[in-house]
Design a protein around this ligand. Structure first.
Ligand code: NOJ
Ligand code: CA
Length: 562
């Protein structure tokens, strides 16, 4: 007898909940930066496979791989020259397949990049387009114009490099459109053949068993004159078509929108639960740093108040840092000025509209601040995304170009090249960090593994704790409004799980009185040490929180009389 979902492909051996991404903890890494197995100075898939023990032990549940496809690497692989292969420096498709299988065997999901707004100018599609006759289907794969005046309301994103979103191609004798670097021509989604090709790419990787796809630069797929060419209805039509193609054939997969927009403009990327499963919460991230810098909960509460509800089957992706600059595109002018002043004293720390530093240096290497920000990341509504190296408090190198300062080799040990590679140091794809404060001899995995008090062990414990409670990934959020604004207090609730989180954003001890009168009789139990706190009464509930401290309290029902 035919079953309703015959033909739907699951990952081999999968027992996944279709909403697995809501309970996930995502770890973002670049293959080139993680571990080098053949000592050519570049990380590779066999190297990554050897480090799966580490990721499993850390407790993350999903690995997000930055682009690993053949590419001239002028935008760290976001300039793709072949969508269905692996860059030879990182291995082969077979190596990728073996990695995917090994990850799945350990119950780890894998998310990869689907970069479809643009290709490299070295992609055969672009080479064919520039040589084809104007108006031909080949030429139509990209967006051309005889002038550079069209779409003049679209902003420039890489402000430090590009003066225009148009570049002249002497072969085609026409201008081509690019929202990013001039070597990254935008694909033309008005040509139905482009979507057909994109769907082939998507199926290629989903057939292999990939669990998730990050849709890079997704707001810019379609352009129309007289608009800012972002978030257009026509772009949402393309995303819906992609989602439909996924749902028709595959189970348990996820697509994540990289839409760096205000929350109201990100909301449509979830559609009615029929576009993306996830979207990054870009605007929350700078507000967390502002709240910390200003010792005031207001920026966080404000941005969450502006965050619309999303469909039941969808999820926010939360992060503190990633492989790009800490973007300040979606904050006001005043907020941007504050962020630059507070977090990028040296102008070299700035790039485009943002700050190119890692988490630990942004927080002055202050362990309490790192724990505080991670506690917010782990307890806010959404799925936390960790950037490789931040779990050990790795530093950055602001003397490297572009965003390469936050993409240096993973620091595994105090051995040569940080244990990343045995090659001649001159051969490394990037210098390792070597100064006395941030260098691999002081900050590395091996040392922190052996230190029960290390940041790494703290992160591992927090990840394990978070995984015990579905409320963090799935529950509602309600802020309390204590008069002490240096304190951020909120309640998360899911089914019978109820958690009160209290965070002190200031450098000093802080008292706070919380109105918990709707929770009278509940007993708060501190979740790290399992320490019972006084039962909640009609009176306001007093707490004292240390500098940059935070408390997670599980609210348990009153014990039933025997
Ligand atoms: C977003 C990626 O995160 C970034 O690294 C890249 O430069 C742009 N998209 C352009 O592809
Ligand atoms: Ca290698």
């Amino acid at each position: 007898m035919a079953v309703a979902n015959a033909g739907i492909r699951k990952q081999p051996g999968s027992v996944l909940d279709p909403l697995w991404f809501k309970d996930a903890i995502i770890y973002e890494l670049h293959v080139k930066a993680f571990a080098d197995s053949n000592n050519d100075g570049i990380g590779d898939f066999p190297g990554l496979m050897q480090r799966l023990d580490y990721l499993q032990d850390l407790g993350v549940t999903c690995i997000w791989l930055l682009p690993f496809f053949p590419s001239p690497l002028r935008d760290d692989g976001y300039d793709i020259a072949d969508y269905m292969s692996v860059h030879p420096s990182y291995g082969t498709v077979e190596d990728f397949r073996a990695f995917l299988e090994a990850a799945h065997k350990r119950g780890l999901q894998v998310m990869i990049e689907l970069v479809i707004n643009h290709t490299s100018d070295q992609h055969p599609w672009f080479q064919a387009a520039r040589n084809a006759a104007p108006g031909s289907p080949e030429r139509d794969f990209y967006v051309w114009s005889d002038t550079d005046h069209l779409y003049s309301d679209a902003r420039i994103i890489f402000t430090d490099t590009e003066k225009s979103n148009w570049s002249w191609d002497p072969v085609a004798k026409a201008y081509y459109w690019h929202r990013f670097f001039s070597h990254q021509p935008d694909l033309n989604f008005d040509n139905p053949r482009v979507l057909e090709e994109v769907l082939k790419v998507l199926r290629f990787w989903l057939d292999m068993g990939v669990d998730g796809l990050r849709l890079d630069a997704v707001p810019y797929l379609v352009e129309r004159d007289g608009t800012n060419c972002e978030n257009l209805d026509e772009t949402h039509v393309v995303i819906k078509a992609m989602r439909q193609a996924i749902d028709e054939r595959y189970a348990n997969r996820m697509i994540l929108a990289e839409a760096n927009q205000v929350p109201a403009d990100v909301r449509p990327y979830f559609g009615d639960g029929d576009e993306c499963h996830m979207a990054f919460h870009f605007p929350l991230m700078p507000r967390i740093y502002m709240a910390l810098g200003q010792e005031d909960s207001t920026p966080i509460i404000d941005i969450m108040a502006k965050t619309p509800d999303i469909p039941e089957n969808c999820q926010w992706g939360l992060f503190l840092r990633n492989h790009d600059e800490l973007t300040l595109e979606m904050v006001t002018g005043d907020e941007r000025d504050y962020m630059y002043l507070a977090y990028s004293g040296d102008p070299r720390m700035r790039i485009n509209v943002g700050i190119r530093r890692r988490l630990a240096p942004l927080l002055d290497n202050n362990r309490r601040r790192m724990e505080l920000l991670n506690s917010l990341l782990f307890s806010f509504p959404g799925t936390p995304i960790l950037y490789y190296g931040d779990e050990i408090g790795m530093g950055d190198n602001i003397y490297l170009g572009d965003r390469n300062g936050v993409r240096t080799p993973m620091q595994w040990s105090g051995d040569r090249n940080a244990g990343f590679s045995r090659c001649n140091p001159a051969k490394l794809y990037s210098p390792v960090i070597m100064d006395p404060l941030w260098g691999y001899q002081s900050i590395n995995v091996e040392a922190q593994m052996g230190d029960p008090s290390s940041l790494l062990n703290w992160m591992r414990n927090m990840i394990a704790l978070r995984k015990l409670f579905q409320v963090f990934g799935r529950g509602t959020l309600r802020f309390l409004s204590p008069s002490n604004r240096k304190i951020l207090a909120y309640i998360r609730e899911y089914k019978d799980e109820l958690v009160l989180c209290v965070a002190n954003l200031s450098r000093d001890w802080q008292p706070v009185q919380l109105d918990l009168s709707d929770l009278v009789g509940m007993m708060p139990v501190e979740m790290i040490g399992y320490v019972p706190f006084p039962v909640i009464t009609e009176e306001s509930y007093p707490l004292t929180v240390g500098p940059y401290g935070f408390i997670w309290l599980e609210l348990q029902p009153p014990p039933v009389a025997a």
